[in-house]
Design a protein around this ligand. Structure first.
Ligand code: ATP
Length: 364
């Protein structure tokens, strides 16, 4: 991947509202988005992701900090001078125009020569696989097809960055899944940097090269889908993306970066710990349910407990296990080809074995 920078936000804050009733939509946000990257801003409603997108587009100005496009500060540039285009959730197509006319419109406004417009429209129709419907009015095509036209129209002027604000949310689940794959393909074929906003964690994991997880105006973690999923650094990220068990443990010793951490079972594991975590501190471990193996109660294990509930899901089975000596439950998910589901039942004692790299110490 190219390391060249497409967009950079440096210590950006955005405050809306009159004095006394301010809303801090963004709070000292910094992020660097590389060229040719599929980058996703992920977070719950109100976390500030649309605001960050609008600042990059130039529809809003930061209250503090700066936005740079390819290294250049753009505070003075209006949206149309930024080589950035936006696809909105409402497609905002012209219903009385044909598919091809909608795609051509922006190019004609830019005063491009007729032959070039024609050539680009043809290429865009091919890219979004809408060649056969090019002469249909956009009022006479489906929602999914309108979405493709909106994408083609936004990509036609070859922006350096395409901003997408929850563009798939109006589509039904099947179409949305199809468009997730299509969007990724379009991004790779065009080489344009995509910045995609969503509150849907699965959508973010499926499409992105990297994800920034946001909450309450801050970016909490930036990483590849696997990094974010496997190594969440804070509780919010671990909780927002996928399912997680949180287990409290005590640091009993530390030598340099390596801590000795006592699990509720009394078992002590070695694990790297952050500098500010001293002996006697309680840390929270995040463990994904599918990283827990069930073993016989007398076998060596990290935790011991009793199965309280078994839920069969077809491909896998979820076991809820009450940890011995605590009132805490842990969820373990086991693939059904391993056969546990036929043997283990509620009330059975089990051991829980966890791969050391699957225990993630959280910062908060
Ligand atoms: P959603 O997914 O619901 O669109 P979001 O993560 O995109 O949410 P933003 O739209 O960026 O969140 O909003 C962040 C915060 O800023 C919210 O509390 C919102 O109410 C507030 N906000 C956004 N725009 C304005 C505005 N123009 N005036 C006042 N407050 C605003």
């Amino acid at each position: 991947m190219s390391a060249a920078v497409a967009v950079e936000a440096k210590n950006v804050s955005k405050i809306f509202g009159a004095p006394g009733a301010e809303v801090r939509a963004l709070d000292n946000v910094s992020v660097t988005i590389r060229q040719n990257e599929f980058f996703t801003l992920l977070g719950p409603s109100g976390c500030g992701k649309t605001t960050l997108l609008r600042l990059i587009a130039g529809f809003e100005m930061p209250s503090d900090g700066s936005i740079l496009l390819e290294g250049e500060e753009v505070a003075h540039l209006p949206p149309y001078k930024r080589h950035v285009n936006t696809v909105f959730q409402s497609y905002a197509l012209f219903p009385h125009m044909t598919v091809a006319q909608n795609i051509a419109f922006g190019l004609e406004m830019l005063g491009k020569p007729k032959a070039e417009v024609q050539q680009t429209v043809t290429a865009m129709l091919k890219l979004v696989r809408m060649e056969e419907l090019k002469d249909r009015r956009t009022s006479q095509i489906s929602g999914g097809q309108q979405q493709r036209v909106a994408l083609a129209r936004a990509l036609a002027p070859k922006p350096k960055v395409l901003l997408l604000d929850e563009p798939l949310s109006a589509l039904d689940l099947k179409l949305r899944k199809e468009m997730q794959i299509e969007l990724k393909r379009m991004q790779m074929e065009t080489g344009i940097t995509f910045i995609f906003v969503t509150h849907d964690q699965e959508e973010a994991l499926t499409m992105s090269d990297r994800i920034a997880v946001m909450s309450k105006g801050k970016i909490l973690q930036i990483g590849s889908p696997a990094e974010i999923y496997e190594h969440p650094t804070v509780r919010f990220v671990a909780d927002f993306i996928g399912e997680t068990n949180f287990i409290e443990a005590e640091v009993t010793q530390r030598i340099a970066n390596e801590g000795q951490i006592k699990l509720p079972s009394g078992i002590v594991i070695s694990h790297p710990v952050a500098e500010n975590v001293g002996v006697g501190a309680t840390v929270t471990l995040a463990i994904r349910p599918e990283r827990i193996d069930l073993v016989r109660p007398d076998a060596e294990a990290h935790l011991k407990g009793k199965i309280s509930n078994v839920v069969y899901f077809g491909t896998d089975t979820t076991f809820h296990v009450e940890i011995d000596g605590t009132s805490k439950h842990v969820t373990a998910r086991v693939q059904n080809r391993r056969g546990h589901q036929e043997v283990l039942k509620a009330g059975d004692a089990v051991g829980l074995r966890i791969a050391p790299e699957a225990m993630q110490i959280l910062k908060d």
